[in-house]
Ligand binder design. Structure first.
Ligand code: FMN
Length: 228
């Protein structure tokens, strides 16, 4: 029996129609009209039809030869800023600025980071089987720049601490949160190695706000929530 809403519409009609369309194969053609391929859009359509169609970004078939650079894409995806640190077996500290940080699972608590294959910091992470993720606060931009610079003396310019409980050096003044992680898996993907770390301990060092990076700029948290 039809269920009518307060505007007098049959609330299950769309569901029934799309089900019937699917059985006739018409749901698929409806979907193609809603999201036409560039080829369809560029030929055989009326002006009225084109006005109703979504904006077409590329009207040409993809060029298989031109390499794609995803940096412009990822610049539009702001993130927090971390410094991944690890201790070489000989006791030398390593660390690099890193934004390719992602949560993987809650149970077991696992994160990942993608580190360039030639990185000495990556070498120390894999050799020690552990790392610390230092999440930088909004006053720590100089530390982010230092650990992205490749400077060999980077640890002599910051205050840091290492103990047996630490999985990598802790940046005492620059980090507002630190996670000690053990490497559980790693996978080479092209120029980078994806390192999966199981989080063993989280230390909240201060109430400071996170440093942000997006549109190729460091930013402070703007404050205020987005509009609903
Ligand atoms: C904001 C920012 C984010 C970065 N994120 C990454 C990253 O996720 N992975 C990576 O391999 N390099 C990243 N880099 C580049 C490294 O920080 C840089 O190559 C650094 O010198 C690496 O240290 P290393 O010499 O110990 O390898 C980033 C740089 C900046 C400025």
């Amino acid at each position: 029996m039809a269920q009518i809403d307060h505007n007098g519409r049959d609330v299950h009609r769309e569901e029934r129609v799309s089900h019937a369309d699917a059985e006739r194969g018409e749901g698929i053609s409806t979907a193609l009209q809603a999201y036409p391929s560039p080829r369809v859009a560029s030929s055989g359509t009326t002006l009225q039809q084109r006005r109703e169609m979504p904006e077409i970004i590329a009207d040409e078939p993809p060029d298989d030869i031109a390499p794609v650079d995803i940096r412009a894409l990822m610049a539009t995806f702001p993130t927090g800023v971390g410094v991944i640190t690890a201790m070489e077996i000989d006791g030398h500290p390593w660390g690099m600025t890193c934004t390719s940080i992602c949560s993987v699972t809650l149970e077991p608590p696992t994160i990942l980071a993608c580190l360039r294959r030639e990185s000495p910091t990556l070498g120390a992470v894999l050799a020690s089987g552990a790392f610390a993720l230092n999440l930088l606060h909004d006053g720590a931009r100089p530390t982010a720049e230092l650990f992205a610079s490749g400077a060999p003396d980077r640890f002599s310019r910051v205050s840091w601490h290492m103990s047996t409980a630490c999985k990598g050096p802790h940046l005492l003044d620059a980090a507002h949160v630190i996670a000690d992680c053990e490497v559980v898996y790693s996978k080479t993907v092209g120029s980078h190695i994806v390192v999966f770390g199981e989080v063993r301990r989280i230390i909240r060092q201060s109430e400071a706000l996170p440093l942000l990076y997006g549109l190729r700029r460091y930013m402070c948290w703007p404050g205020g929530e987005s509009q609903k």
